[in-house]
Design a protein around this ligand. Sequence first.
Ligand code: HSE
Length: 437
Amino acid sequence: MAEALRVGIAGLGTVGASVVRSLSAKSAELSRQCGREIAVAAVSARDRSRDRGIDLGNTQWFDDPAELARSGDIDVFVELIGGDDGPARKSVRTALEAGRHVVTANKALLSKHGVALAEIAERKGVLLNYEAAVAGGIPIIKTMREALAGNTVSRVFGIMNGTCNYILTRMEAEGLTFDACLKEAQRLGYAEADPTFDIEGHDTAHKLSILTSLAFGCRISAADVYMEGISNITQADIRAAATLGYRIKLLGVAQKTESGIEQRVHPTMVPTASVIAQVHGVTNAVAIETDILGELLLSGPGAGGAATASAVIGDIADIAKSRPGFQHGPVFGWPARELAPYKRARMRTHAGGYFIRLTVHDRAGVFAAIAKRMADNDISLESIVQHGDALEIESQKTVVLVTHETTEAAVRKAVDGITRDGHLVDKPQVIRIERAG
Ligand code: HSE
């Protein structure tokens, strides 16, 4: 049997501890599958004295992850520190420059510096694997990078944040408040250290920007993702959606349009009968539409220590199976230096259906005024209803509109007009509708 693959792990939080535990528990199976042993040779974390419930035995300890990254005693550096700069970036760069393979779960780092890091990895002829960075345990990176070679992708979309999907699922199923559901997600270890990253859409945006690069062969541009979170979704929206045959999900969507690439993260109405609407709780799902294959949907556990550790271990095993001198494929599917510049489509040009919920004064002419604003902006309505939901206040009513396909610019103009007309008693709620099979 070949010599053991020596792994150095930086970051021993929920995921890091789970990786150490599983590598030890599955050591015999992994040795047989990879043709060599995978040994945790060294680790680095902030607090050496903390009990993590794992046996580190004689494993070398490094206080500084960058020192671990340049250590000659490891073949692979596994970065589970997190953060888009600081020690994570420094140690990953150091490891790549030192000719070590790298495995990372860090979507924030890759969404900001992924292309630069890929250039180093490709120059040095080492692997930079990042399956765990997008959609937890779902093998979406391998699928897009390897299995879909030759396919031209037109759209990739999905539920990529377990915390948000967990919150929306429980709000719908149990009528619970947003805050109660978020607390539970945090308790279960799904949420980021700062949960606003989850609920305001940043985490999904980071993941989406990586998939966009894989899908369209462009440079990663997380800064160009249009983003809205779920914190203003109410029970009124969830109930109105259900009445109309929709369910609300936080989706990340990347698609090619005539004016460029659209990257957007926002609460989205998907038909209740669609497959993606059946994805509940912490589960993630990613759909890809291509010319050769058609539509593919992968779903599975998207957050939590075990799911993420599964993807990290798969990446380590790929390195263990690779042989010295073998040319590795490019990190983002195309050589990093050849990735095209990102061409952004403005959100105003987005075309689709819209759900609009308005709380209005109950008086004559309101319906007519709303309908006129829609007509003035060339928006065709699928339905306009005064909603059955009895509001506490007798003088106010809820009006829900569903539009046929129109543009974001038209909807914004119409809603601004309705607001100026003075019939609204609350902020209008606008939720995009996404076509989903
Ligand atoms: N906080 C993330 C989620 C974890 O809720 O999906 C995985 O990135």
